[in-house]
Design a binder for this molecule. Sequence first.
Ligand SMILES: *[C@@H]1O[C@H](CO)[C@@H](O)[C@H](O)[C@H]1NC(C)=O
Ligand SMILES: *[C@@H]1O[C@H](CO)[C@@H](O)[C@H](O)[C@H]1NC(C)=O
Ligand SMILES: *[C@@H]1O[C@H](CO)[C@@H](O)[C@H](O)[C@H]1NC(C)=O
Ligand SMILES: *[C@@H]1O[C@H](CO)[C@@H](O)[C@H](O)[C@H]1NC(C)=O
Ligand SMILES: *[C@@H]1O[C@H](CO)[C@@H](O)[C@H](O)[C@H]1NC(C)=O
Ligand SMILES: *[C@@H]1O[C@H](CO)[C@@H](O)[C@H](O)[C@H]1NC(C)=O
Length: 629
Amino acid sequence: MFGTNIILFVYIFLFCFIFSDSAIILDPTNNGITVSIQNDAGDKTLQGILGIGQNFNNIDCNNDFSKCIIDEQTILSIKEVNSGYRVSWTSKNTSHSFKDCYNLNIGETFWFGGPERYVQKPLEQLILDGNNPYIIKNSDNFAVAERYYLNSKGTFIFIHDNVPLFIDQNNEQNGTVCFIAKSQNPYINRNRTILNYDIITKSNSKEAQLFAVNNYLGKPTDHPNEKMIREPIWTTWPKYKKFIDDGKVREFAQSIADNKFGGQLEIDEDWEICFGSHIFNKEKFPDINSTTSFIRSLGFSGITLWINPFVNNDCQNYSTEGLDKGYFVKDPEGNTRAIWWEGDDAHQIDFTNPNAAEWFASKIRRLAEDQGFDGFKFDAGETDYIIPPGDYDWVKDQEEVPNIFTKKYVETCSQFGDLVEVRSAWRTQGYPLFTRMIDKDSLWGSDNGLYTLVTTLIQMNIDGYTLVLPDMIGGNGYRQQPTAELIVRWTQANALMPAMQFGYLPWDYPSDKFDTVEIVRKYANLHAEFGDTIIEAMEKSILNGTPVNPPIWWIDPTDSTAFATDDEFLLGENILVAPVLVEGAVTRKVYLPKGSWQDGNNGSIYEGPLTISNYNAPINILPYFIKQN
Ligand SMILES: *[C@@H]1O[C@H](CO)[C@@H](O)[C@H](O)[C@H]1NC(C)=O
Ligand SMILES: *[C@@H]1O[C@H](CO)[C@@H](O)[C@H](O)[C@H]1NC(C)=O
Ligand SMILES: *[C@@H]1O[C@H](CO)[C@@H](O)[C@H](O)[C@H]1NC(C)=O
Ligand SMILES: *[C@@H]1O[C@H](CO)[C@@H](O)[C@H](O)[C@H]1NC(C)=O
Ligand SMILES: *[C@@H]1O[C@H](CO)[C@@H](O)[C@H](O)[C@H]1NC(C)=O
Ligand SMILES: *[C@@H]1O[C@H](CO)[C@@H](O)[C@H](O)[C@H]1NC(C)=O
């Protein structure tokens, strides 16, 4: 009897809708609705369960799932949208939560996009704890985290901005990603709980990515100043940290000029009277105009300045003014205490309040106008410096809280010209700014070391941030100092990325085995030679949403070896870079997808698809290949 029922049940309730690009097959059970997506060739591209824990045996779904009435307050609807499907759960009861889970199908399917992390591995390998909100946060380097999962079968999931999202992945259940909606801290002031997302399938992952960029993620409207792309950027942070002053900045600039390098110079933290004043400390910098004139006299093409969006409480004139005027982010009790790396008694300027944003901007304008700074490094911008939740009165649509804070910060920063970098981002792909990778450590591996320079580059590009500013060459020396070898390999890995930022000075890291400065110069020159190529790739990104640095499967989105390759990347659509990322290595395995590839080092031609198991890459060699047309 039981078996017959099941067959009958499946027979009646197995639904299949076919629109132009894909089909969805839905099967209601006593534990959710199983869902399966097929592409137009009939291959399964995604499988999962909607509404885990919900018995669907007696739920009326209107025959076509356009409206399943779960209870008086709760509805599920599945509809066609953009030639794909929109799943929408809504409950007026904010105690309700929703959970839809999908099989990552590890081993066969590869995933791209998702969050920036401290341990940046390919997306399907990341572990995410569903108790932690999926928001833009400083903790765990979550500064660029779109709600976007693209897979190698040509399907992507885009979760809407207003969902109070938590993601549990490889955690409660290995091999599974669950999208969870809960109206809980930091998603406050909501009067409903929703889980809305679109599942779109195209013929392959490249078509899917281009569709996502043009219909969901966005693409840049312009590119940053060419100077920032073609010339190196030298920043005081790694070498000096916050112990900078006029003498050290001059010494730094002079040393760079003496070694016949140039570009832009960035005065990093800490130059203010107090954090949040945005006024030069005269004890450290008695006459900043003379400092900047000196730097320019050495031939630097631009000078930029580090900016933070906090006001420390002891920065009295400013904290008092900000408190009086209500310019700081507060918690639901009205407290404004924020904690950041330069103060555990600080305030976070509330960029969702236009008056507060203008108060901040007016101080930055003064630095640009009165002191001639060409651009700024806008630090922080994540939402979690005030102990969450932040309570944002100025936000009209409370369902955008808290990530709207980051968006408004980036919007504020975008008014300061084209020599600007930010490091946090949410739905800000359109701004013509560099988005910087979060500070890297001076390590080799997946724990925020050199390997993650490549994986973060790809994560950001797939999330739609194609104007990526790699972090400091050689890392920031947080856990240990870099070695000469790390600086050289980092320089090579960075050479065909959009910009090069140095902090540690190569001549401070001599080696008895090789000439650090000579190799670094060779690759800074290579970067400059490829300046036009980088700018062309950016123009293409502006025009049609192509990543500037795609993963190598961009060449052939049917190539499973290419999907599994996480230590190579492309510049534009014709240059493949396979940097040495392993300490001590002098050869590496190189995978070339289909096509004819010319070795950038000696002109040899290789026919892909091809694995070169021991490509010779002694310390002065960056393996890279140019696709022949
Ligand atoms: C809201 O949902 C919770 C748990 O799902 C339930 O306990 C509560 O009674 C519901 N509230 C109302 C007003 O229906
Ligand atoms: C999770 O699954 C992956 C792939 O099947 C496997 O490599 C990994 O060891 C598993 N992890 C745990 C904790 O079981
Ligand atoms: C605060 O204001 C006083 C009075 O205008 C001024 O003397 C002092 O320099 C200011 N301090 C800062 C940190 O701006
Ligand atoms: C500093 O230089 C800027 C131009 O770069 C100029 O406008 C400003 O008046 C100078 N300030 C002082 C105090 O000399
Ligand atoms: C519920 O919240 C939405 C989104 O913030 C808002 O548009 C709507 O007016 C609110 N409804 C009520 C009844 O408060
Ligand atoms: C080109 O250079 C690579 C790396 O050094 C080497 O493996 C390859 O054999 C070279 N080819 C020729 C023809 O020299």
